[in-house]
Design a protein around this ligand. Structure first.
Ligand code: SAM
Length: 293
């Protein structure tokens, strides 16, 4: 009887200890699951736009290719020429630590040599940026792969690229989803990329010449936005055109400094937060077509 009394009187203490242990486990698990997330910063709601799209501004760029939807099954084109070089390039990217199979397959599929000037074709599969004219570059393959990986694309994702350049990044995106929209501010580059993508068989990519600052309001919201030129700040129209649950990747910083590659996430409730992933060097995000001078 006495023994039973002692057990009962200890029950609340045991319960409290159990509760503390459970709480400690919950806190530890939460911290563990956040361990890769680095330093997030909130972005004000008025800029984030909670997933709504804006109507097209007066200066919105003109579409050069109709945004037609197709119900045809989608298969990206395949190339055999220089496959060995592409496989080696993908292996180098893997050695740098990028292990995502779908991304490495995409990098091994797109014929980068078709996107660089003829005089640079021999260097096309080096892991370095290359000039494409008008002071612009095709980005380093590792950076293309990592930026693409960060978007976490699914075959149904709608993705907007700002800075078409040669069209290479758009082709890599198309390996993962047919719903790719891309805008280039320099007209000769925009025209050449549109022609090149079509010629190579990346026929689902929608291209446009214009200032990507305004995004592509008629085609949004987008599940993913990738900006391939360094901006001083995140253009608010792009934030508004990012769908809830969407991800944006954008280099932020000045033209003469190393920039920060930022990952921006819009949560389902419309809250936006960003964090820096790595230091990068990109050509500047501009607001004027230099080829029009
Ligand atoms: C590093 S290059 C892009 C490389 C490209 N993604 C590729 O795969 O070849 C950056 C591009 O962004 C373009 N750009 C800069 N500011 C822009 C803007 N406001 N709107 C659209 N494109 C812009 C530049 O003209 C340049 O072609």
């Amino acid at each position: 009887m006495e023994h039973r009394h002692v057990t009962l009187s200890r029950t609340p203490t045991v319960l409290i200890v159990l509760l503390v242990v459970v709480l400690a486990v919950v806190v530890l698990v939460t911290q563990w699951s956040d361990r890769d997330e680095g330093d997030w910063h909130s972005i004000p709601q008025d800029l984030a736009g909670a997933g709504s799209t804006t109507s097209a501004p007066a200066s919105a760029p003109a579409e050069t290719q109709p945004a037609t939807q197709t119900s045809q099954p989608w298969l990206p084109p395949r190339f055999t020429q220089r496959q060995g070089d592409r496989d080696r390039m993908a292996r180098v990217i893997g050695v740098y630590g990028l292990k995502d199979k779908a991304i490495l397959q995409a990098m091994a599929a797109v014929p980068r040599h078709e996107f660089v000037p003829a005089s640079l074709q021999r260097s096309a599969y080096r892991d370095s940026p290359l000039p494409i004219g008008f002071g612009q570059t095709i980005s380093q393959p590792y950076i293309v792969a990592e930026m693409t990986r960060q978007l976490q694309l699914k075959p149904t994702s709608r993705v907007l690229e700002i800075g078409t350049g040669s069209g290479y990044q758009a082709a890599v995106l198309t390996e993962l989803t047919p719903h790719v929209y891309t805008i280039e501010i320099i007209k000769p580059l925009a025209d050449a990329a549109a022609k090149r993508l079509k010629r190579l068989g990346y026929t689902t990519v929608r291209t446009k010449h214009g200032d990507g600052y305004h995004g592509w309001p008629d085609a949004g919201p987008f599940d993913a936005i990738i900006v391939t030129a360094a901006a001083g700040q995140i253009p608010p129209p792009l934030l508004r055109q990012l769908a809830p649950g969407g991800r944006m990747i954008i280099p932020i910083g000045g033209r003469f400094a190393t920039q920060s590659l930022m990952l921006v996430e819009k949560r389902a409730d419309g809250k936006v937060r960003s964090r820096s992933l790595m230091a990068v060097r990109f050509v500047p995000f501009v607001r004027k077509d230099v080829s029009a001078d």
